[in-house]
Design a protein around this ligand. Structure first.
Ligand code: NAD
Length: 498
């Protein structure tokens, strides 16, 4: 049995903690055992990070970006192998994993320009003979706690920017698909990153709690479900840390009667069923406005029925399994409850089995019509290949429905009307909005984040907001008086107009 170890101070370490099994979701088989970090392992990682960070923060920007450029090239060169590592433990198709790596790599591209993104400000003669400048200095040791659904991309929203800004980064990846984190650690080592600047500790709640309590950790970036995001933010803040915690989602796509239904259905179907619906920007809800309902549902049915379900390693597969047996049960139960409460079944994937993979965690694409807001299939984040259609009379009703959701991650509108698109984008309570774009995940030089229960904290992930999150501002006021000049000290609060 392969053992997945921690990556501490440039080398793999077992640690003394217990081991947990890692499964192949396409077969249900145990494929590896994962070391879990106890307090001793976390202490060792933080100690190594603190030592490494001091030297790293003093390393020139030119040298730091040289290493990040090399890392970028290594990620490109190793994309296919890394994609297979993701697919084996997550279950998504290799092509989808390649897409994930590409979107994560965009943040490395951004971090290669950190010398431009993290420039200070300068004001000459703010007062007579007085100049003011600002600089942003690293927080120190930063921890990243990440979910299973993007084992490379989500950590990559964090570590290139944190490291580029001069921090040391400790990643605690999901225990469901942990191997990709070690792969990335080895690439950083090959790129020449000093030992201790990027480390990996594995585990679940106990490891997270040890990081949240550790006085040597200055900031925590979390991405995962809403209850854990809320917990991480509260505990992290109580322990005096800077915290950004991105939570769950329930993204709506509103389809207006003037939309191109075939186009909208193809886009929404890819958003709902891609990666088996396990994306934070997935589209599990279609809101059909007025006369859009009948043609939209017919077009969605045609799209859902085209999807080939199978193991992610098979090039013919469009959609792989969900992550665990429990996740499969959750999707099936939610669909069944909705149907019993009156929803219409348009496509039913609950009984699907994949030949040769009878123990895999597969659910077929499932499409329910006439779903109502009280049903758990709509209300809760299902995180599986279940697409619900709700019908509303007009755009105002659509906005009211979407804005009554506790989540506010992404949202999309499909329309040919600029007026409707503008009204929706400005009125919707969500952090990321798509106009005829189902998954409006911002490019890396903008920042990523939701509103309401989809994000706790003040800063979004990656891009300019990440630079602010991973640095502390310092403003320096300077006077170099000429030895003959008369600079009077005053007991009154100093005025700048003198
Ligand atoms: P999760 O919340 O179960 O786990 C996330 C991380 O928290 C993992 O590293 C896990 O080990 C840790 N964790 C789990 N239980 C914990 C506990 N009780 N105490 C402390 N730490 C704990 O999420 P998941 O199932 O891995 O991922 C799916 C969720 O992530 C979905 O809700 C999805 O919407 C969300 N997500 C959000 C975004 C976003 O940008 N907002 C992006 C990706 C995923």
């Amino acid at each position: 049995m392969r053992t997945i170890k921690h990556w501490i101070d440039g080398t793999e370490v077992d640690g003394a903690g217990p081991f947990t099994p890692v499964h192949d979701p396409a077969t249900g088989a145990v494929i590896a055992e994962l070391a879990t970090a106890d307090q001793g392992v976390v202490d060792a990682a933080v100690a190594a990070a603190r030592t490494a960070q001091r030297a790293w923060a003093a390393t020139s920007l030119a040298r730091r970006t040289e290493i990040l450029f090399r890392m970028r090239e290594l990620v490109v060169a190793n994309t296919d192998e890394l994609a297979r590592v993701i697919s084996a433990e997550h279950g998504k198709t290799v092509d989808d994993a390649i897409g994930e790596i590409g979107r994560g790599r965009e943040t490395l591209d951004f971090a290669c320009g950190i010398n431009q993104a993290n420039k200070g400000e300068f004001s000459a003669d703010a007062s007579t003979g007085v100049d003011v400048h600002s600089l942003r200095q690293p927080v120190g040791v930063v921890a990243g706690i990440t979910p299973f659904n993007f084992p490379v991309m989500v950590p990559m929203w964090m570590h290139p920017v944190a490291i580029g800004c001069g921090n040391a980064f400790i990643l605690k990846p999901s225990e469901r698909d942990p191997s990709a984190a070690n792969f990335v650690a080895r690439l950083y080592a090959e790129a020449g990153l000093p030992d201790g600047v990027f480390q990996v500790v594995h585990g679940g709640k106990d490891t997270v709690d040890a990081l949240l309590a550790h006085p040597g950790v200055g900031a925590v970036s979390f991405v995962g479900s809403t209850p854990i995001a809320r917990y991480v933010q509260q505990v992290g803040i109580a322990n005096g840390k800077r915290v950004q915690a991105l939570g769950g989602a329930n993204n709506h796509a509103v389809v207006m009667p003037d939309a191109d239904f075939e186009f909208a259905a193809a886009q929404i179907s890819s958003g709902a069923f891609g990666s088996a619906g396990q994306r934070c920007m997935a589209v599990p809800v279609a809101v059909a406005v007025g006369g859009a309902a009948e043609p939209l549902v017919a077009a969605l049915k045609a799209e859902a029925e085209k999807i080939t379900v199978g193991p992610g390693s098979d090039p013919a597969t469009d959609m792989g399994p969900v992550i665990t047996a429990q996740a499969r049960e959750r999707v099936i139960r939610s669909a069944t409850d909705a149907i019993e409460a009156g929803a219409g079944v348009v496509v039913d994937g609950r009984d699907l089995t994949v030949r040769g993979h009878e123990n895999g965690y597969f659910v077929g694409p499932t499409l329910l019509d006439n779903v109502t807001p009280e049903m758990s299939a709509y209300r809760d984040e299902i995180f599986g290949p279940l697409l619900t259609v709700l019908r509303v009379a007009d755009l105002d009703e659509a906005l009211e429905l979407v804005n009554s959701s506790p989540f506010g991650n992404g949202s999309a509108i499909f329309t040919n009307s600029g007026e409707a698109a503008r009204r929706y984008s400005h009125g919707v309570e969500a952090g990321m909005v798509g106009v005829n774009v189902p998954i409006p995940t911002p490019v890396a030089y903008y920042s990523f984040g939701g509103w309401k229960d989809s994000l706790f904290g003040d800063h979004h992930a990656h891009g300019p907001e990440a630079v602010r999150f991973y640095t502390r501002n310092k403003v320096i006021t300077t006077r170099w008086p000429h030895r003959d000049s008369q600079v009077e000290a005053s007991m009154s609060f100093p005025s700048t107009t003198d």
